[in-house]
Design a protein around this ligand. Sequence first.
Ligand SMILES: Cc1cc2nc3c(=O)[nH]c(=O)nc-3n(C[C@H](O)[C@H](O)[C@H](O)COP(=O)(O)O)c2cc1C
Length: 196
Amino acid sequence: MDAMTLLLSRASVGPKHLVEPGPDESQLRQMLEAALHAPDHGELVPYRFKVVSGESRRAMSRLFGEAARRAGKDAAGVALDEERALLPPVTVAVVARLDLGHPQVPAHEQWVAVGGALTNFLNAAHALGFGGKMLSGAKVRDPGLVAAFCEPGETLVGWIALGTPARAGKPRPARSGAALALTAWQPPEADSPAAR
Ligand SMILES: Cc1cc2nc3c(=O)[nH]c(=O)nc-3n(C[C@H](O)[C@H](O)[C@H](O)COP(=O)(O)O)c2cc1C
C-alpha cells in the first residue's frame, strides 16, 4: 500500500472488534520508532508508551474496576469496565511527561509533540495490519490509575487498544469543519490592529 493510501485508510477500530494476535515486541518497537519520527521541538520525547499485555492485563482490569467503584458505578458498571479492559489483546498507555520549565519549548509545543507521536504510533499500527483506538474517559484522572501508570508530574493521556481488526474500520464521514481546515492566508488590511 502506498503511503497516502495508508494514511487515508486509517480508521479507529474499537476494543470490541479487536482479536488476537496483538502486536509482538518487535512490531511495538516499530510503532515506537514511527512515534519517535514525529516532530518534537528540542527532541524532548515528552511521552512514554507503557505496554500492557499477557497477564498484566488482569491487573489493569482490576485497577479499572477499582476506578469504576470510586467513580460511583454499581456492580454491573464495575464488571463492564473490568471486562472492557480485557478486550484488546494489547493495550498501550500513553503518558505525557512535559518539561514545564523548559526555556525554549513551551507546554503547547510539547503537547503537539505528544499528539504527533500518538498519531504516528496509530498509523504504524495500521501499516502493520493492526487495528487500534485511542481511548481516555474520566478514568484518566482516577488517582489509582494515575499512580499505577505515571510518575509524579506526568499526565495519563489514555490507552491505545491494539489488536487484529475483526472488521474494517467504519468509512469516515466528511467532517463539517474540513472546509475551514485549509485556507489561503490573507495578509491583514493596512489599518487593522494586526498590521499596526
Ligand atoms: C487523546 C484522545 C482521547 C480519546 N478518547 C476517546 C474516548 O475516551 N472515547 C472515544 O470513543 N473516543 C476517544 N477518542 C477518539 C477516538 O480515538 C477516535 O479518534 C474517534 O473515535 C474517531 O475515529 P477515527 O480515528 O476513526 O476518526 C480519543 C482521541 C484522542 C486523540
